[in-house]
Design a protein. Structure first.
Length: 177
């Protein structure tokens, strides 16, 4: 992240980019990081939530470790909500302005046809519902709430999801190119 921040500030010298590490599953850590960012930069204009942790695949739901389920839920649902809550209250609501961009997933609307996806995709469906409900709640403000639904991209993330089974991986990506 620090390297990306440097690249951005080198390329766009009129902007300031900082990196604040925080466990988004910990509300107090999020609160502290957002407070620190606002103190250093001023008001936040855009919040991009990109929580997308997937653990345990290709195990079916009943075979997942409870700790992995809790970690995914705490990161992908609670974490996204904690960050949104803090930024809304610290920066957006006082001005009645800002933009929230939640990176969900096309598979939050339609799940892939292989095991190991129940928790991750339930999390992504929850993010979709949260985004839509929050957009409705904030409709009388100038706070925009958007969802970006990336499709399937050939990465290690998806290879891991199918246990690096090349045949299943290739079959999954047929028709996406």
């Amino acid at each position: 992240m620090s390297a990306l921040a440097k690249t951005l500030t080198d390329k766009y010298n009129s902007i300031k980019v900082i990196v604040k590490a925080a466990d988004i599953a910990d509300y107090n850590a999020v609160d502290k990081a957002v407070d620190s960012a606002i103190a250093e930069l001023g008001q936040i204009d855009i919040l991009i939530n990109n929580a997308g942790l997937a653990l345990g695949a290709p195990a079916a739901f009943q075979d997942l470790k409870i700790n992995d389920i809790v970690t995914m839920n705490n990161t992908n649902i609670n974490g996204l909500m904690w960050v949104t809550h803090v930024v809304l209250n610290r920066s957006f609501m006082p001005r009645k302005a800002g933009t929230i961009l939640n990176i969900t997933s096309i598979t939050g609307l339609e799940v892939p046809p292989f095991p190991g996806e129940s928790v991750y995709h339930a999390n992504k469906a929850c993010q979709e519902g949260f985004t839509n409900a929050l957009r409705n709640e904030l409709s009388q403000t100038n706070i925009k709430v958007l969802a970006l639904r990336p499709g399937c991209v050939a990465t290690n993330f998806h290879s891991l999801r199918v246990g690096h089974d090349k045949e299943m991986y290739d079959s999954f990506f047929e028709g996406f190119e």
